[in-house]
Design a protein around this ligand. Structure first.
Ligand SMILES: Cc1cc2nc3c(=O)[nH]c(=O)nc-3n(C[C@H](O)[C@H](O)[C@H](O)COP(=O)(O)OP(=O)(O)OC[C@H]3O[C@@H](n4cnc5c(N)ncnc54)[C@H](O)[C@@H]3O)c2cc1C
Length: 287
């Protein structure tokens, strides 16, 4: 029986926006006989976790320890790695975010297994291989990757392919509390301080409010109007490709097909025409 595992991430203690879409992908892979298991790491509401059953999750493994208040790469990777070794699920799926950008390679190295990042599609073939599609060369080409099923493959999905899915059943998921093994002896780094970024510098993928500027704003000093607006309303600053090509903003500030896929609650676009590579195929998904 397929046991498809997903990592459901928390954003300030609440379940990430793309969880429904990720669960839908997991249900598709589980087929009629399999089941979907969600792993959630850190403090959150157990009622909300049980509610994942309405989307098709059979059980939730809620991993909690006092150290898991915030993400710490080594701790999360080792704790999740131990669980995966113990249960040997079919595969592990996650949404591509700033956290899984760090976590997924750590896990793949620990388990000595294959990882596909920013997958657009993932299937299990009839001859029992994992097949994933991912963009390469800045999205100009797509690559199909085949992986063995053992050890389990790890896949992070591009948020652009995960649609907003509504719950379609009344089931509740079984929530199993897990106290992770003490891995402190194996951890070689400690977080001394966490410096909150100014909203303007917040990672675009994490930002609730974004102010973005395009060619119509102009380069260099002219672009300061976008920074001023972002500062005034607590938004993060982004730009279109011309703004990045001009060097007015660095590449991590580019939104679009070959930049960041973003999911803010509000985005204000200034001097932007809305080209397909900027808006199309869901690089911007409002939540
Ligand atoms: C393979 C590929 C990948 C790409 N990836 C990306 C990507 O990831 N992100 C991205 O952004 N682009 C990407 N592009 C480029 C994309 O096609 C567009 O060229 C780009 O998004 C246009 O940026 P823009 O809206 O800033 O500029 P323009 O399309 O030139 O639009 C400027 C807008 O500003 C308006 N304007 C002009 N003057 C003023 C004014 N004084 N006040 C107010 N408005 C004004 C204009 O009317 C126009 O609507 C990609 C292209 C390709 C081929």
């Amino acid at each position: 029986m397929r046991d498809i595992w997903i990592l459901v991430q928390l954003r300030q203690g609440t379940i990430e926006e793309f969880a429904g879409g990720l669960i839908a992908e997991a249900c598709r892979l589980a087929e009629s006989e399999g089941r979907v298991t969600a792993v959630v790491m850190g403090p959150t509401s157990e009622t909300d976790l049980a509610g994942l059953g309405a989307y098709g999750v059979a059980r939730v493994l809620h991993v909690q320890s006092p150290q898991m208040i915030r993400y710490q790469g080594e701790l999360f990777a080792r704790s999740l790695g131990n669980l995966l070794r113990e249960h040997s699920p079919t595969c592990l799926l996650m949404v591509q975010t700033a956290i899984t950008d760090d976590l997924a390679p750590r896990l793949a190295a620990l388990l000595e297994t294959g990882l596909v990042r920013r997958a657009l599609d993932f299937t299990i073939t009839d001859d029992h291989h994992a097949a994933a599609m991912r963009p390469v060369t800045n999205g100009y080409l797509f690559e199909e990757v085949l992986l063995p099923m053992i050890p389990l493959p790890i896949v992070t999905f591009s948020p652009s392919v995960l649609f907003d899915v509504q719950p379609d059943r009344t089931d509740q998921a079984a929530v199993i509390r897990i106290t992770p093994e003490d891995v402190s002896a194996a951890i070689r780094t400690s977080v001394l301080d966490v410096i909150e970024a100014a909203p303007e510098d917040l990672d675009l993928e994490e930002a609730d409010i974004i102010v973005a500027g395009g060619r119509g704003v102009g380069k260099d000093a002219a672009f300061s109007i976008v920074h001023d607006l972002a500062l005034a309303i607590g938004g993060s600053v982004g730009g279109t490709r011309p703004i990045i090509d001009w060097g007015t903003l660095p590449y991590p500030r580019q939104i679009g097909q070959t930049g960041k896929y973003v999911a803010p609650r509000l985005i204000i676009n200034c001097g932007i025409s809305g080209a397909n590579e900027y808006t199309g195929d869901v690089p911007i998904s409002l939540t």
